[in-house]
Design a protein around this ligand. Structure first.
Ligand code: RB5
Length: 157
């Protein structure tokens, strides 16, 4: 897969390690920064990664900030993005199986390197269950489309 990676300054220390791990699993990393430990605004990075996912230029994205939460809130504003904050193995597994997560949001402050590695491995390798979960995910997509049309002055729901 092609994976877009983005971190803010709080994720800066783990970013090289994460990029290397993703490559080790056989994926291509599209690195969207940040490229120095200087402070940056996490929404800018989250939207850059989200936009790559929306456009189909990448299959999925990984975002890392202090808590993983701000990145997640921002990324989910982009149409087609299903960003999930994952702090343990089960969340990583279920975010893929039930929610078809396409952006993984990690906390640099709360997770150790070994846990980050495990979460990434599970998230990359767990397929979507489909079936009734596909119907539910499709409802989210429909809602998103309706809200966007409404915002653009198009047909109302
Ligand atoms: C940056 O100080 C911090 O707010 C950010 O990394 C993240 O934790 C936001 O949710």
């Amino acid at each position: 897969m092609r994976i877009a990676l983005g971190t803010d300054h709080r994720g800066f220390e783990v970013r090289e390690h994460v990029a290397a791990l993703v490559r080790q699993f056989g994926h291509e990393v599209i690195d969207l920064g940040t490229f120095s430990p200087e402070g940056v605004d996490y929404p800018d990075i989250a939207l850059a990664v989200g936009e790559k996912v929306r456009s189909g230029e990448v299959d999925r994205g990984i975002l890392i900030c202090g808590t993983g939460l701000g990145m997640c809130i921002a990324a989910n504003k982009v149409q087609g993005v299903r960003a999930t904050p994952c702090h343990n193995d089960l969340a990583a597994e279920m975010s893929r199986r039930h929610n078809d997560s396409n952006v993984l949001c990690l906390s640099a402050d709360l997770l150790g390197e070994r846990l980050i590695d495990r979460i990434i491995e599970i998230w990359l390798n767990t397929p979507f269950d489909g079936g009734r979960h596909a119907d539910r995910v499709e409802k989210i997509s429909q809602l998103e489309r309706r809200l966007n049309e409404k915002a653009e002055g198009g047909p109302s729901p």
